[in-house]
Design a protein around this ligand. Structure first.
Ligand code: NAP
Length: 249
């Protein structure tokens, strides 16, 4: 039987890379996506291939409709099937208050985190929905605990974009529940990745982890385990759900 195929956006580093490695371990052929960091994406591909798995790296900006359609066409050409999508690519920008934010910043956050997730979900549904002749599948959207906590003084724009991602999870889940597709979300808390450096504070997890009930930041693999469970048949009756992976915070 041909391996199931998963497309994981933003999987050259961090949580996406952990999801890619775990998906390969579970037997998926993995489509890696990156924006700029080809070397990191290639390392993930090579790690999967060394372990006997199958992976391909696709460059593309999820905020670009042309890039998204081109990546899905590349998946069609290479594998001829798609079973799962992880909408993981996400950005934040330097910490600031709402009264300092300009439209360019807001539009970039929303384009990547919200538009990007919608466009990839659209392409996945067109391929996986039984209403479109597909065989069904699963989608997992990476949200954030910020969607609930609000990220005051840091990035309320990012928090708002993740609240939009949660609405996508709930609405799309209901839209395609009768078409063989489950749609769920994962809300990570403080996870040790490079994303905090892009907010201008590489040591953010160290500063805040004492406030986490479990007393520590999380590792990308701890998020990946939740994502892979939501993709698997083990969660066959779960749709429209959002799992917090945040040490109790
Ligand atoms: P990260 O370490 O900063 O990695 C971001 C990944 O996304 C990289 O692979 C990057 O590619 C890719 N990327 C960025 N913009 C992209 C675009 N426009 N198109 C395609 N790919 C793009 O991030 P992370 O911490 O692993 O976060 C992953 C997801 O979890 C995000 O949605 C984030 O919001 C969410 N999250 C993270 C945390 C946390 O504490 N880390 C907490 C809550 C939620 P390049 O390598 O090419 O730059």
């Amino acid at each position: 039987m041909t391996a199931k195929v998963v497309f994981i956006t933003g999987s050259s580093r961090g949580i996406g890379a952990a999801c890619a490695l775990l998906a390969a371990e579970r037997g998926y052929a993995v489509c890696i996506n990156y924006l700029h960091n080809q070397a990191a994406a290639q390392q993930v591909v090579e790690a999967i291939e060394r372990a006997g798995g199958t992976a391909v790296a696709l460059q593309g900006d999820v905020a670009s409709e042309d890039n998204v359609t081109a990546m899905f066409r590349a998946i069609d050409a290479r594998f001829g099937r798609l079973d799962a999508l992880v909408n993981n690519a996400g950005i934040l920008q330097r910490q600031m208050r709402v009264d300092q934010m300009d439209a360019a910043r807001l539009n970039q956050i929303l384009a990547t985190n919200v538009t990007g997730s919608f466009l990839c979900a659209r392409e996945a549904v067109r391929r996986m929905s039984t209403a479109h002749g597909g065989a069904g599948g699963a989608i997992v959207n990476l949200s954030s605990r910020a969607a609930v906590l609000g990220a005051a003084g840091e990035y309320v724009d990012y928090a708002a974009s993740k609240a939009a991602v949660d609405a996508l999870t709930i609405g799309l889940a209901r839209e395609v529940a009768g078409e063989g597709i489950r749609v769920n979300g994962v809300r990570p808390g403080l996870i040790r990745t490079d994303i905090h450096a892009s907010g201008g504070e590489p040591g953010r997890v160290d500063r805040l982890e004492a406030a986490v009930p479990m007393g520590r930041g999380g590792q990308p693999i701890e998020v990946a385990h939740a994502v892979l469970w939501l993709l698997a048949d083990e969660s066959s009756y779960v749709t429209g759900s959002i799992i917090d992976v945040a040490g109790g915070r």
